[in-house]
Ligand binder design. Structure first.
Ligand code: ADP
Ligand code: MG
Length: 725
């Protein structure tokens, strides 16, 4: 009998570990070789054209047509020199992955020959047939047109023989259809608001940008085993599978020595990433078996996000060469840890100052406190929006599952800083202090905080780690642009309000430092309830958070409600990041994607149960029945085959349960599809009336897995997916 599971296991046994080739050159010699970066631009462009691109990168000024023409021909020359034949506008539609449509440089000439051409127009703008990308109805009302437009702030790069040009994706009517446009708008808002506030301290600051370092967790699984699991290749996660006898309980995987086959993959992947200028720095085993992490050095945020999107794509391609499949899903295996993507975020000025780095002098301390406390206040005011920005059907498995931060947004600061803030909050700015401006005697000293000295509270969704905040609730497969757009825009909005508040006090005649301090004190008081230093996984915290009035929305469809409230609309308007139409469109897209994903999982579950699991269980049951009949035939007493009868009965119980519940689940789906129009209601119903079948069905399938003869079980088991080498 052919059993795909055993064929797959055999393929893994036949694998040879690829020779680990150390890169022949030093990293510094090939880093960024496939990127048309500033250095190469300088080499290939006239001084004028170079200045124009730099001006556009730094000040967002549009690039003149003739300059674009020059840049295009320089890019083409560079790319063709390196063997490129095609170019593409590379963009990030709301599907979550990246998109590209390749065009050849080649153009036939009148005399029957051919030349390579790439015009400034082709660089600056393209019109992909975009009607199949999610738009939340934006494009339906007008023409089904979408445009990609060059984003000069992220450099072009070579993937194989294709020149990739990072672009934004907008509709004919100018609305954002991607992740990049809102991010860039949020960064513009942050820049303006933060520079204004910086001027209280330092008039020479002209620009503030956000920095981001993304830690990426992932699982690896042998490609043959992956292909023998339709649930994995159709949904990215296992819908069935009994937990392996050994999993992560010995805690022997985290930071353990990296298996050779995996190391070969990592080195290959790192080399490719480094060629693309992705500054990968760290690699290690993660908590769960077959789980790993890589992290680059932080970069300017727009680039960091492009690089992470590119990296996810790259990992997948390189893994295939090593007969691995990369699982970026947030929860590929029930019962062991899932994967996230820690977003380390900070704000940095054009003068190179990290605004979240506590300074040594009192003046720098006040500047640090200003940005620090405004970030806390921003998250306090818009915790629900931040929660919504990380919501997805996949991430719902992690949040609150005692392995990832809970769905309750809180902020962890560490004991040192918490104490300082408490003292500040309760200190009194007496009349004497105010008059004599001896402010610094009135507030406690901020200790020099070293990044590796800060407390590590892994249970907090938003933690301060010395000179940056770390948003830990982002899902491993997510585009970080979604939470980072929100974080930057809420901080921008908050800083704007801060300036208004401080200016009011200045008008009343308060001294500047006093006005700043009074506002900081007030914000600390107001935002107190979002600060939590304890164990975010505990039940006590759920109760306490409720008492504090913090939200704890566990599922995506409801978490998304906040995207279209009046408060959010005001915020979006004040920061000019989303129009109401765009916000509604995005809300709808996310809801739609939610229920469609549940729908797919439900279908796969039904098919696997009916066509794979139940037949395997029945095959085994038939063997037992035959055996019982034989024993009976030779005249043995019932007690000799009682065990078989017991197993036969149990098999029937589980088979019945699975069959009946799959039928009910199919019916529930039909009911929703036929009767529910409203997309929000549909998503909620899919969660409450379809997804609710998953756990019980799975439970009984996993019981069958434990009962059925191992040689008859068709799907690779958890122990094989996680440990088989
Ligand atoms: P871990 O959180 O695992 O201890 P690290 O603290 O070393 O890891 O850093 C995690 C990520 O944070 C890295 O990508 C690092 O480059 C990034 N990072 C460090 N400083 C900053 C900063 N000022 N802004 C943004 N990211 C930063
Ligand atoms: Mg971290």
């Amino acid at each position: 009998m052919s059993n795909t599971r055993f064929q797959a296991l055999q393929s893994v046994l036949n694998r040879t570990v690829p020779e680990i080739k150390a890169p022949s050159a030093k990293i510094s010699e090939f880093y960024g070789a496939n990127v048309f970066d500033k250095k190469k631009m300088k080499e290939y462009l006239s001084d004028d054209a170079f200045a124009s691109v730099i001006n556009s990168i730094e000040h967002g000024e549009p690039i003149q047509r003739d300059m674009a023409e020059q840049v295009a021909s320089a890019m083409r020359a560079w790319a063709i020199n390196k063997g490129a034949t095609h170019y593409t506008h590379w963009f990030q539609p709301l599907t979550g992955s990246t998109a590209e449509k390749h065009d050849s440089f080649f153009e036939p000439t009148a005399d029957g020959g051919a030349i390579e051409r790439f015009s400034g127009d082709a660089l600056a703008q393209q019109e992909p047939d975009a009607s199949s990308f999610p738009s939340g109805g934006i494009r339906n009302t007008f023409e089904a047109r979408g445009y990609t437009a060059w984003d000069p702030s992220s450099p072009a790069f070579l993937m194989g023989r294709t020149l990739c040009i990072p672009t934004v994706f907008v509709s004919y009517t100018g609305e954002a259809l991607d992740y990049k446009v809102p991010l860039l708008k949020a960064l513009t808002a942050l820049d303006k608001a933060a520079v204004d506030v910086c001027h209280y301290f330092d008039k020479s600051i002209e620009k503030v940008n956000a920095s981001l370092g993304i830690e990426q967790e992932y699982f690896l699984v042998d490609i043959a085993l992956f292909n023998a699991r339709p649930d994995l290749y159709l949904t990215g996660r296992t819908l069935f599978g009994h937990i392996s006898a050994k999993n992560q309980q010995l805690e022997d995987h985290y930071f353990g020595s990296i298996p050779e086959r995996v190391l070969a993959f990592m080195q290959d992947m790192e080399t490719e990433a480094l060629l693309l200028g992705i500054p990968l720095k760290t690699r290690h085993n993660e908590v769960a078996p077959s789980q790993f992490e890589c992290a680059p050095i932080y970069e300017e945020i727009n680039l960091a996000i492009d690089h992470n999107q590119l990296l996810m794509d790259l990992m997948d391609r390189v893994a295939k060469r090593h007969n691995f499949k990369v699982l970026l899903h947030e929860k590929p295996y029930a019962g062991i840890n899932g994967s996230g993507k820690h977003n380390n975020w900070s704000m940095i000025t054009n003068t190179g100052k990290n605004l979240l780095s506590p300074g040594k002098t009192p003046k720098n301390n006040l500047m640090f406190l200003t940005f620090f406390v405004n970030t806390i206040k921003a998250v306090y005011e818009h915790a629900d929006l931040l929660r919504a920005s990380i919501a997805s059907v996949n991430n719902d498995h992690r949040l609150g599952a005692n392995e990832a931060p809970p769905a309750i947004i809180s902020i962890f600061l560490g004991s040192q800083l918490s104490e300082v803030l408490d003292e500040i909050e309760t200190s009194r700015l007496s009349k004497k202090i105010k008059e004599e401006n001896t402010l610094w005697q009135g507030i406690p000293k901020i200790p020099q905080i070293l990044a590796d000295n800060t407390d590590r509270n892994r249970t907090s969704p938003f933690a301060f780690t010395g000179n940056k905040f770390e948003l830990r609730a982002v899902g491993s497969s997510a585009n970080s642009a979604s939470p980072m757009t929100v974080l930057n825009l809420i901080v921008a909005d908050q800083l704007k309000k801060f300036k208004v508040d401080v200016d009011k006090l200045l008008k009343k005649g308060e001294k500047k430092d006093v006005a700043l301090m009074m506002t900081i004190k007030r914000y600390l008081k107001e935002s107190r309830s979002i600060r939590f230093e304890g164990n975010g996984y505990s039940e006590d915290w759920e109760k306490e958070a409720e008492a504090r009035g913090l939200s704890n929305i566990k599922t995506t469809p409801k978490a998304l409600d906040v995207m279209i409230t009046e408060k959010t609309a005001e915020l979006f308007e004040s920061t000019a990041v989303f129009t109401p139409r765009e916000a509604h469109a995005r809300h709808e897209i996310l809801l739609e994607s939610y229920y469609k994903k549940v729908q797919i999982e439900a279908r796969v579950m039904g098919e696997l149960a009916n066509n794979v699991i139940i037949p395997a269980a029945i095959a085994y049951q038939s063997k037992l029945v035959e055996n019982v009949r034989g024993l009976k035939d030779i005249g043995l007493d019932k007690s000799t085959y009682q065990a078989q009868i017991d197993i036969i009965t149990k098999l029937s119980e589980h088979i019945n349960f699975v069959k009946n519940n799959v039928e009910e689940m199919v019916q529930a789906r039909k009911n929703i599809n036929n009767n529910v129009e409203d997309v929000r209601q549909k998503a909620i119903d899919y969660d409450e009336k379809v997804r609710s079948y998953f756990q019980p069905i799975r439970y009984h399938v996993d019981k069958l897995e434990q009962l059925v003869d191992d040689s008859l079980w068709p799907l690779p088991k958890f122990r094989e997916l996680l440990f088989f080498k």
